[in-house]
Design a protein around this ligand. Structure first.
Ligand code: G
Ligand code: G
Ligand code: MN
Ligand code: NA
Length: 251
């Protein structure tokens, strides 16, 4: 069986699972929500990371039903946890361009009872780079549902600045490559991240730093006024039961 057929069956056989990585308020240290990250519990290959199958899902169009499953499961889980949490879900460019994502999101919100303002859709520059009126109207349709929109991996592409003005994004996620460099002690790296945080704030966005791996980075980002953080230093992505437990105890 090829990987594509295998993946199609995986969806039918419920082999996909979501892990949840907490998003932490840098000022209070509280968990304000999670990012849902898909994994494939393959019967023979074990836990397959998304980098090994999202590409295939995209090229075969399976990303549409897979993406709908992810959205539904993440919302269902957030509602089950029963407290006001932000649940962030990654949306790939193919999912965005194929079919009516806003209609899908509206249906999932209705099915699960998830409050729209607790769902955050993360998209990378590749979604926004195709700066067409069609993409703008898709973004506007999503915003009209009341969901939040995040710009993921900010700073890794080429033309990040023009679309800060054009698209109504709520959250800017600072790519972990910038966070990585905060340990070098280089003043230039600090200036860069401080400037990204300010840029986000000036456009009315909340800022999330990704990939925090040590205390130095955490302290630096807090001092810079970055709002939220994620990373292995705070917590790895966790299976749902462990994520739910962490929500009870705090970090
Ligand atoms: O969890 P991990 O760090 O292995 O994720 C690797 C990449 O896969 C990240 O870029 C992440 O955004 C992407 N990814 C994880 N889950 C999903 C998902 O549900 N949908 C899409 N489109 N991408 C995902
Ligand atoms: O592209 P996106 O931001 O969705 O990617 C999230 C990915 O980053 C997930 O696969 C997650 O496992 C990974 N990740 C989360 N925290 C850390 C971290 O502290 N260090 C590294 N190297 N990867 C991380
Ligand atoms: Mn993401
Ligand atoms: Na990211």
């Amino acid at each position: 069986l090829g990987m594509a057929d295998d993946l199609r069956l995986a969806l039918e056989r419920d082999e996909l699972v979501l892990h949840y990585q907490p998003t932490v308020d840098l000022a209070s240290g509280e968990i304000i929500g999670f990012e849902a990250l898909v994994r494939w519990q393959h019967p023979t290959r074990g836990m397959v990371p998304p980098l090994e199958f999202i590409g295939i899902a995209e090229s075969t169009g399976l990303i549409v039903p897979l993406g709908r499953w992810v959205l539904t499961e993440a919302c269902r889980q957030a509602v089950e946890w029963g407290r006001p949490l932000k649940m962030a879900v990654n949306v790939s460019v193919r999912q965005f361009e194929a079919g009516d994502l806003a209609a899908t999101v509206a249906a999932v919100l209705a099915e699960t009872g998830m409050p729209a303002d607790q769902l955050c859709l993360e998209m990378t520059e590749s979604v926004l780079l195709t700066d067409t009126d069609e993409n703008l109207s898709r973004i506007v349709a999503l915003k009209a549902l009341g969901v939040m929109l995040a710009m993921d991996d900010f700073g890794t592409g080429y033309s990040s600045l023009a679309y800060l003005r054009r698209f109504p994004m709520d959250v800017l996620k600072i790519d972990r490559s910038f966070v990585d460099r905060l340990t070098t002690g280089d003043a230039g790296d600090e200036t860069l991240v401080t400037t990204i945080v300010r840029l986000g704030h000036r456009f009315g966005m909340r800022t999330v730093a990704e990939g925090i791996e040590d205390e130095t980075q955490l302290t630096a980002l807090r001092a810079m006024g970055c709002d939220y953080a994620q990373g292995y230093f705070l917590s790895r992505p966790l299976p749902s039961a462990a994520a739910g437990a962490l929500l009870e105890t705090g970090l």
